[in-house]
Design a protein around this ligand. Sequence first.
Ligand code: EPZ
Length: 416
Amino acid sequence: MHGGHKLSGTVNISGSKNSALPILAATLLTKDECVIHHVPDLSDVHFMLQILDHLGAQVERASGTVTVKAEKVTTEAPYDVVRKMRASVCVLGPLLGREREATVSLPGGCVIGDRPIDLHLKGFEALGAAIRVVGGDVKVLAPQLRGAVIPMTGKFGSTVLGTDNVMMAAVLADGTTVIDGAAEEPEVVDLANFLNKMGAKVEGAGSRRIIIEGVKELHGAEHEVIPDRIEAGTFMVAAAISGAEVKLRRANPAHLATVSQALERAGYRIQVTVNSLTVLGNGEPHSIELTTETYPGFPTDMQAQMCALLSRGQGISTVTENIFPQRFMHVSELKRMGANISLENNTAIINGVTALSGAPVMASDLRASAALVLAGLQADGVTEVNRVYHIDRGYEMIDEKLNALGAQIERVKVKG
Ligand code: EPZ
C-alpha cells in the first residue's frame, strides 16, 4: 500500500462478525429453517458454516443471506474443524440445550493472550451438566438441565461468548436461569433478540442481569444481523488518519459512543445521524489517555487501531489494555514503521512522531493487522502487510472499500 492518500466519500458497513457467529450457532437449537440476513463474507463465517455442516445442518448461502436447517444434529465438533476459530466454542451451548450433550475440541492458545473458557463450563455445570476434558476435547452431558443463578464475571470482567453460550443452553432448560454479571455487548443483545424470535423467553439482555425462562421447544426465525461496530470504528480511524471526510453508512452510532468520544478527545469531529456517522479528519491527533473496558466502555477490539492513530501526532498518549493485558503484538511492527512506543505492563506509552515510514510488516492477529493497514495509510512510501489472511477473518473486502475511498492498496499473492 502507498501511504499519504486522502480518503473521502461513503463506505457501507457490513454485518457484525461477532454477532453473526453466535447467531449462526443458535440455529442448531431448532429443527426448523432459520434465515439470517446481513451475514458478512468472512473466513470466520465460512468456518462456522463448515462446523454447522459437519454437525449435520443443511446450510445455504446466497450473497449476505444464510439459510440453515438443522433437522438432525450430531453432537461432536472435532479438532480439525474447531481449531481454525476459537468462536467455534459457542456451539457447545446450543448442542447442550437441544441434545443434552456435546463434545467440542477445547480451543488452543491465542496470540492476543490467555483465553480460558472456565466461566462457560462453570455456567453449564450450574445448569446441571457434568463436564469432562478428555484428549483435548471438552465433553458436556446433562440428562436434565435445570435453571440456576449463574455468575458470569471473571478476573477481567464479564465474558461475551460465555454469556452467549450459557444463554443458548438455558433457553431449553427446565425453569428459570439468572445470569449475573452478564456481558452487555450489543452482540449479546442481538443474539437474545434472535432467540426470542425463535420462541425463547430472554429478558434483560444488554444489562448485567439476564433472566431466561426455559421453554420446551424453539421454532425457526428470520433475522438481520446488526452492523459491525468494530469495522465501523476501524473506518472512523482511517478517516481521522487520512485527514478528510468519510461517511459511514449502515452503522449504529449508539454502539460507537466511546470510540466517537475518544476521537473527539483526540481533536476530530464526528457528525451523527440515525444510521450513519461522518468523521472529519484534520490530520494529527492530540495525545489522549485510553483504557479498554467491557461494553459500554472502550472496546479492546479497537485498541490496536487507536495505537496506530496516536503513533503520529503531538505529545504522549497512553493506552491501557484491561481485557487482554498482553494484546500488544502490533507494537513491535508499528515501531518498525518509526513509531515511538514503550510497553509498561498492560500500558502502551506512545510518544507521537511527526511521520511514519512505510516498511514490510507482519500481521499477527485480526485487529493488529487492521492497525498495520491504518499505519500504512498514513506512512511515507510503501508498506507491505504480510499474512493478510488475518484481516480477511474479520473485514469484508477492506482493501476494496478503502480503495473506493481513495487509498492505494494492492493485494499481492505470495508464493509458498
Ligand atoms: C469476544 O471474545 C470477541 N469475539 C472478541 O473479539 C473480543 O475481543 C472479546 O469478546 C472481548 O470483547 C467474538 O465475539 C467472536 P471474553 P470472547 O470471553 O467472548 C477472560 C475480535 O477481534 N475469560 O469476553 O472469547 C478472557 O480471557 C475478537 O473480533 C475468562 O477468564 O472474550 C478475557 O481476558 C478477538 N474465562 C476476558 O475474560 C472465561 O471463561 C474477556 O473475554 C472466558 C473469558
